[in-house]
Design a protein around this ligand. Sequence first.
Ligand code: PMP
Ligand code: GLU
Length: 396
Amino acid sequence: MKVSKRAQDVPPSATIAVTTRAQELKAQGVDVVGFGAGAPDFDTPEYIKEAAIEALKAGQTKYTAAAGIIELRKAIADKLERENGLKYAPEQIIVNIGGKHSVYEAMQAVLDPGDEVILPTPYWVTYPETIKLAGAVSRIVQTKKENGYKITTAQLKKAITKKTAMLLINSPNNPGGFTYTPEELKAIARVLEGTNVYVMSDEIYEKLIYGDTKFVSFASLSEDAYNRTLTLNGFSKTFSMTGWRLGYTAGPLDVIKAMGRLQSHMTSNAVTFGQYAAIAALGPPADEAIEKMRAEFERRGKYMTQRLNSIEGVECTEATGAFYCFPDVSGHYGRNIGGATINGSMDFAKALLEQANVALVPGLPFGCDNNVRLSFACSLEQITKGLDRIEKWLAQ
Ligand code: PMP
Ligand code: GLU
């Protein structure tokens, strides 16, 4: 039987594919070190689980408004005002079924066939596919290592055409682990003034920042930025709630209403008792729970960066955010390692998994074939073991 052209054109998520493959090998008894996962390895904090259990016991098991219960939308509005300096009415907020759904639905709500979306590399693997599914076209901007893999204002100006409908900003970045400074974002915002370009600001890693890195919400930069920005966020990374599937979008009322109409047909509401747990998540114990995880990620990220940089032919900038190292490994391209010719990140990742049992994600599906992504959302012990293996494998 036939499969639609649309579906045929979409490859599986490379990040999920690597994680699944590593899990399969583990189940077969292979001692794999998995650096693939884009998910915190901590359990969801107890106070959040308790709130879900209480909601279940209280009978919160039925449909809610498709866009989410008003109490949660208010709690998100309070959070955005308190922490991000953003004033949104609850009606300007929609609760989605995970941040991935926020990305998909927001694109469906604002993009038309032929529209262009400026997508700086490295980008999360899901963006180009969701752009394509909306009938739009990715205008990929290749960033430079010397610019910290961030888009410059000159590159942005050059990339804007009459068809540009959106700019994608993901800071802290997956897979790059970098964060735009407030000044860099302000400069980008100024370039967009006078255009009709939306900004999709994916802020899902906002709480995972390291050293003296400062996070700022794009929409808070100016009134102009506020009016053009879709602020996307979720509970997966901050609260280690990847399996709960809870994300949200805040933005111009018309767009959020359009998303609500789509959602009323596509999925309806996010899981009801999960929404009650999300209210609790944003409550007072949040800071302490988040800090514990953040501090641990910072420690691991530092260690991983230092170990990677000590390997010849590997160059890694220390992550300022998220939980990924994205080293340039192209120093090893052209080599034959253990019988495999390494001509790019796909070869690198495949040979490393087969020969040394370390799973990482090739940079190619993120738009950077010189790099590979290693997640440090795993124990220091695993990081040490995995890096020992990589070091030994490359030293052959
Ligand atoms: N945005 C980015 C940049 C991500 O890395 C992810 C995936 N972890 C998401 C959005 C979506 O996460 P989720 O669907 O779990 O909320
Ligand atoms: N976003 C995470 C990652 O990049 C989780 C997997 C996915 O949804 O793509 O690994």
